[in-house]
Design a protein around this ligand. Structure first.
Ligand SMILES: Nc1ncnc2c1ncn2[C@@H]1O[C@H](COP(=O)(O)OP(=O)(O)OP(=O)(O)O)[C@@H](O)[C@H]1O
Length: 257
């Protein structure tokens, strides 16, 4: 693993009313790394992903991506920089095919395409996809997740596993350098989770740093050895999975002592 830092989260705070969902969270992610983000329900994992991906603005703290400060940027600008994410509950456009869903994502991430999209929308002309030329990125994303054969299927007719793969393909079509993956293995069988694990490992080897939020520890163990453990908005542990398993605070949180 390279030790070049790609993401630095510094003392991030996020409140919802009186609830401190994130209480001074700091972490780093390095090139080619998969970082596991674990913790019980409501510990703040998804909130942290939402803050890093620009969906929520933090109340305090700073986030740097390759030394550029990014904590005030909206999601589309982060996508242009190379940060994208999947969602815990996939939200494809149900009326579009698999391929069209991935195309929309690729168009969203291309700076040029976004300008063209809005210009043409204003003049009520159709969007010229060939101008944006996203076909290679779309095909590559479909191939990586193995959805090429289903590319003409309507997203509404996909099963859970296929919807999760589509969510991953949509993120990959934006050519991320940092990928945030939120509970992608939940609800999948062993064969499906093994396949997903292989895909994520291969992506990290190919220079995509990844943060994986997950409850399934066997899945986390398969894809990485380094984890950050959260509880009630606090980071309570950072280190290897084996160290975590022997850490009294982690054991307390997961097993109640
Ligand atoms: N938009 C919101 N408005 C109000 N409270 C919120 C909001 N989003 C999250 N919370 C609260 O913040 C806390 C952290 O939630 P979050 O979803 O980040 O936890 P999590 O660790 O991802 O949980 P899970 O594993 O169940 O997905 C919870 O108490 C949750 O109810």
């Amino acid at each position: 693993m390279s030790h070049k830092e790609i993401l630095r989260v510094e003392s991030i705070e996020k409140k919802f009313g009186g609830l401190k969902a994130l209480n001074k969270i700091s972490l780093s992610v390095y090139e080619n790394e998969i970082l596991g983000l674990v913790g019980p329900n409501g510990s703040g994992k998804t909130t942290l992903i939402n803050v890093i991906s620009g969906i929520y603005k933090p109340d305090n703290g700073k986030i740097y991506f390759k030394d550029k400060r990014i904590d005030k940027l909206p999601p589309y600008k982060l996508a242009h920089l190379g940060i994208n994410r999947t969602f815990q509950i996939p939200k494809p456009f149900h009326g579009l095919t698999v391929r069209e869903n991935v195309e929309v994502a690729a168009l969203y991430a291309g700076k040029q395409c976004l300008r063209t999209f809005f210009r043409r929308l204003k003049s009520l002309k159709t969007i010229n996809k060939s101008y944006c030329n996203v076909e290679d990125d779309v095909q590559k994303a479909l191939n990586i997740v193995g959805l090429e054969k289903l590319q003409d299927k309507q997203a509404a007719h996909l099963n859970t596993s296929e919807q999760k793969l589509l969510g991953l393909a949509r993120a990959l079509a934006t050519k991320p350098k940092l990928l945030l993956v939120d509970e992608i293995a939940a609800g999948l069988n062993k064969e499906e989770t093994d396949r997903l694990a292989d895909i994520l490992i291969s992506l990290a080897k190919n220079s995509i740093a990844i943060i994986v939020v997950e409850h399934l520890m066997h899945f986390i163990r398969k894809i990485t050895s380094r984890v950050v453990v959260m509880d009630s908005g606090l980071e309570i542990f950072e280190g290897t999975i084996d160290q975590a398993a022997n850490d009294p605070k982690v054991v307390e949180v997961f097993l109640g002592g």
